[in-house]
Structures are given as C-alpha cells and as structure tokens.
Design a protein around this ligand. Structure first.
Ligand code: PXL
Length: 275
C-alpha cells in the first residue's frame, strides 16, 4: 500500500471562489482525466482579479509548513503544475517546492500567468516578471499565452504574427531548456491558433475556429488538460487539439447559457465528455 500508487499532480495556484479559474478548474479537469489533483494554494480570493473588486488573502507564509507536511507523508508527484503566483517570494517558494519534490520522472508544467491582451496583470511587478523568467527554466512544458511569451523574451507584443516569427519566439524560450511549449491565444482572423514547439520535432500550429469572446479561466482549463495528458503519456499534439476543442465547446455552451465573460466557461456541462 502506498500514497503513490496512483498518479498525482501537485497544482500550485490560487483558489478563487468565483469566476472559474485556477484550482477551481484544475481539480475537476485533472480528476476527470483520472489523475489525483493535490492543490497547494498561493492565495485565496473571493473572485478573480478580472472583477472590479475582490478580496485577496495571501497564502505565502503558509505555503512552506504546508509543503513540509507533504514531504513528511512522502508524497511523490508525476506532475507539478504551477499557475498564478502573487509575489516574488512565492515564486522562490515554488523553486523550493521543485527542489524537494521533483524527481527525474516528474513532469513540470509551468503556466507563467503574468498577463493577457498585451498587458501585464495589475498584481504583477517587474521584479516578479524577472523571477518568473528564472522559474521557467525548470519547465518541461510551458503554456504561455502570446502576451506572456512576449514578456518572457522581451519581445514587443503585436497582433500579426507570421509562422517564422512564432518559431523564433518559441525557440528563444526553448533555449532555456523547455522541452515542449505551446503559445496560446494567437488571433488569426477567423481562427485562434496555438503555436506548439517540441524539441527535436520543431514547431507547428493548431488552429480552431474562433467562437465568441475570450473568457477568463480558459488558460487554466488548457493547462490542466495538457498536464493530466502529459502524465498519462498522451501525445502533445493530440493533447493541444483536445484542449482547444474542449475550450471551444465550453465557450459555445457559455454563450448559449448567456454567462457573463467574467464568470469563465461553464465547463461542468461538458466535463463528462472529456477523456
Ligand atoms: O486565469 C488566470 C488567473 C488566475 N488567478 C487569478 C486571476 C487570473 C486572471 O485574471 O485573477 C486570481
């Protein structure tokens, strides 16, 4: 008998009580893909920061004693997945977590949550961006959106990317050692594209027909599917296609139910179709 007989992913992210993002979507999505999800909270929010007002309770000081207990129990993780981080100190704690729990078999998935639509999030300082640039060096898989890919590489954000420019952007990130990268949310006319880059295989685009408007939390759904699939040994290309198509279905359902953009997507309606 062992705590480690089933695959587990540690997710280091915030808990937002409303708005369907971070741990609130990672738990159900990763579980639906038959992997045990173990959350380490970074902050507790009443609702995400995309609302005009929110209550924010920083969890930084509690993270170390929390993860020390996991070490005492002897937990081992097939995957470690990081998302929204609230301070420089927190990014360094994530590095400590990796030092304690990462094994040669562990897949580290980093979603460098820093901004969107060409802008850095209001809670993100230049020092945090610098610290995040260090953290991404530990990633086996990195899932930045286009804004974050630009921040990570000091590249000017714009909306008109040729494939060879995307390749250059991904290669700059891959130079730091990341094996697989998917740059999400690239607007291409009627399509929204993801640029995928796999070391040894090169780059390719996965495009889906654009539906509705961008909604919060979709990046967290995307990364959860990529993370669970990675520890399940699913091919990266197939996993990116699956995640994009699932999100598209979720957006369509959210439009049908007339859900506000801030509230994320009503993935619950489709969760049983995910496999
Ligand atoms: O989905 C990214 C995200 C996660 N967590 C919090 C956020 C956001 C994006 O706004 O505010 C608290």
């Amino acid at each position: 008998m062992s705590h480690n007989n089933q695959k587990k992913i540690a997710v280091i992210n915030d808990i937002s009580g409303f708005g369907r993002c971070s741990i609130a979507v990672e738990l159900p999505i990763i579980s639906a893909l038959k992997v045990q999800c173990c959350p380490l909270p970074t902050a507790i929010l009443s609702n995400h920061t995309g609302f005009d007002s929110f209550y924010f309770d920083d969890y930084t000081e509690r993270m170390v004693p929390y993860m020390n207990e996991w070490e005492k129990i002897g937990l081992q993780f097939s995957g470690i997945c990081t998302g929204f981080l609230g301070s420089e100190r927190q990014i360094r704690i994530v590095e400590e977590f990796l030092a304690k729990f990462r094994t040669p078999q562990t897949i580290v998935i980093i979603d460098p949550v820093m901004g969107d639509n060409g802008k850095v999030y209001s809670t993100y300082t230049p020092q945090m961006c610098a610290e995040m640039r260090k953290l991404v060096q530990y990633a086996d898989i990195l899932t930045p959106n286009l804004t974050e890919a630009c921040i990570l590489t000091d590249t000017q954000y714009h909306n008109n990317w040729a494939k060879k420019d995307l390749e250059e952007l991904a290669e700059k990130i891959a130079d730091k050692g990341t094996k697989k990268i998917v740059i999400t949310g690239i607007q291409q006319g009627k399509y929204v594209a993801n640029y995928c880059y796999e070391q040894g295989k090169g780059g390719y685009l996965v495009r889906t027909m654009k539906v509705g408007t961008q909604r919060s939390g979709t990046g967290d759904i995307f990364t959860s599917i990529i993370a669970a699939d990675a520890v399940n040994g699913v091919d990266f290309h197939e996993s990116v296609r699956k995640a994009s198509s699932f999100i598209k279905q979720c957006i369509l359902k959210s439009m049908e139910l007339d859900i506000p953009l801030t509230d994320g997507v009503c993935f619950e309606e489709l969760l049983t179709t995910l496999r």
